[in-house]
Ligand binder design. Structure first.
Ligand code: CTP
Ligand code: CA
Length: 238
């Protein structure tokens, strides 16, 4: 699980990682955001770098600094992230979607600051759906240059009828990506924390399979994910 073990695993490979949380503006001073810290995506970019890859990090809002030695693209909204990902996908061998993308955005951005006023009704925010970027890049496959490997992330909580693994398997099937890194969101939220526990699910496995599990710091877990990505690429090589 250390960076040294990754040496050379991805030399000659271009990896695009998305990280952080998108922000959807309401007016010039306000936005809808989420609690993503960007730690997982940043750790993945660092691990890919340690493996010798050329790394592009598409960063939405992050609470941690971006690593050096990478190509950094800053974005704010889901629509900006989408554009950057489509552009990057054309010359990437691997795309890892670790960003927390807002599922919805306000239907309009008010051009001047929303003011409180005593004589008008309280404002109502109407949300519209953002495109599913991961699904789009999977569907774009076979049309021109597309990544050999597309990796999704999911944070799930189980409920009375369905456990985390079952939700993960369903999401993997729905998204159609090559690997899905599944986080169990438990009592201690994954957001902002350094320790994490994941399962790496592949569509090649039988329905009930729990996949490869990895636990530890986000750095250690990222090393495992990058090693798995290298193995998947090697298995696809003619
Ligand atoms: N994702 C994306 N575009 C979106 C939403 C999510 O590309 N508009 C990506 C995320 O980066 C992640 C994966 O899809 O890699 C799963 O995100 P998640 O929020 O778990 O899935 P959703 O399909 O949005 O389902 P849910 O209703 O559970 O949020
Ligand atoms: Ca979502």
């Amino acid at each position: 699980g250390s960076a040294g073990e990754l040496s050379g695993l991805l030399s000659g490979i271009t990896v695009t990682v998305t990280a952080g949380g998108t922000r959807e503006p309401l007016d010039p001073v306000r936005f809808l955001g989420n609690r993503s810290s960007g730690k997982q995506g940043t750790a993945l970019a660092e691990a890919a770098l340690a493996a010798g890859a050329r790394v592009r990090l598409i960063a939405a809002h992050m609470e941690v600094p971006a690593p050096g030695g990478i190509e950094l693209v800053r974005v704010e909204t889901a629509l900006e992230l989408r554009e950057a990902v489509h552009k990057a996908a054309a010359d990437s061998d691997v795309v890892v979607m670790a960003a927390a993308v807002a599922d919805f955005r306000p239907d309009k951005v008010v051009e001047t600051k929303i003011k409180k006023s005593d004589d008008t009704a309280d404002p109502v925010i109407t949300l519209v759906r953002n495109p599913d970027i991961l699904q789009e890049i999977v569907q774009a496959r076979g049309t021109g240059a597309t990544p050999a490997l597309i990796v999704g992330f999911a944070a799930e909580t189980g409920d009375a009828t369905t456990d985390v693994l079952e939700y993960g398997r369903r999401k993997l099937a729905r998204k159609g990506c090559d690997l899905l890194v599944l986080n169990q969101v438990g009592k201690s939220l994954v957001f902002g924390q350094d320790q994490t526990e994941v399962r790496i699910l592949s569509p090649a496995e039988p329905a009930g399979s729990a996949g490869e599990s990895a636990a530890g710091s986000k750095t250690e877990v990222s090393a495992r994910i990058i090693a798995r990505i290298a193995a998947e690429l090697a298995a696809r090589r003619p």
